[in-house]
Design a protein around this ligand. Structure first.
Ligand SMILES: [Zn+2]
Length: 204
């Protein structure tokens, strides 16, 4: 005889990444707990920033469920919401943008086995049809845990290809904006004309 838990998992293949309730990857109750993002100051080099929520409470848990617990089920939902927000801002008839992401450090990628920003960018590409391209390499150590000066200076990025045209730059969390600004500088120098940032959450 199958256990109740097994039957539930057959009926509801997904469970909420925040409360484990069977059903959607993010249940309605938890979705309602997400707070809207605080007012955003666009990091230098970016035209707009779209965000799903504030990096606080359920919003922080949502990001950490992906980063720390590899709970990817909510990624398509997050990606589609960001694409809808981005699409609403685009001029009618404009050429398709390309999606790229802020790569995590090689060390973190090795430890986690994936890059959460890359997962989001690829899910956004699947939803929108806009191509996702890896345009950046990241050289320095992670931002978390570093001193204030390192945070202000930001990590060092290099561009892999020509970065012409309109780009969407994806990351999980916007904190000081220093990381996005550092990447924007490189992408603009490599030919990007318009840069729109898309993040899951913004630190209050
Ligand atoms: Zn839930």
């Amino acid at each position: 005889m199958r256990s109740t838990a097994t039957l539930m998992s057959l009926l509801f293949p997904d469970t909420c990444v925040l409360c484990d309730a069977p059903g959607d990857a993010l249940c309605l109750r938890c979705l309602r707990l997400l707070e809207p993002p605080p007012p955003i100051r666009e990091p230098p080099g970016t035209h707009t920033v779209d965000a799903l929520c504030s990096y606080k409470g359920a919003g922080a848990d949502l990001v950490l469920s992906l980063k720390r617990r590899n709970r990817r089920e909510a990624v398509p939902m997050i990606a589609s919401a960001l694409c809808v927000a981005l699409d609403a801002r685009r001029a009618e008839g404009s050429r398709s943008p390309r999606i790229t992401w802020l790569p995590t450090t090689p060390k973190r990628r090795r430890t986690r086995g994936f890059d959460q920003a890359e997962l989001l960018a690829k899910a956004m590409s699947k939803f929108s049809g806009w191509p996702a391209v890896k345009l950046l390499d990241r050289r320095s150590g992670p931002q978390m845990g570093l001193g204030r000066q390192d945070r202000v200076d930001g990590p060092v990025f290099t561009a892999r290809h020509s970065c012409e045209g309109e780009l969407i730059l994806v990351d999980d969390v916007l904190t000081t904006g220093a990381t996005i600004a550092a990447a924007a500088e490189i992408l603009l120098a490599a030919g990007a004309t318009t840069l729109r940032a898309a993040v899951v959450a913004v630190a209050p």
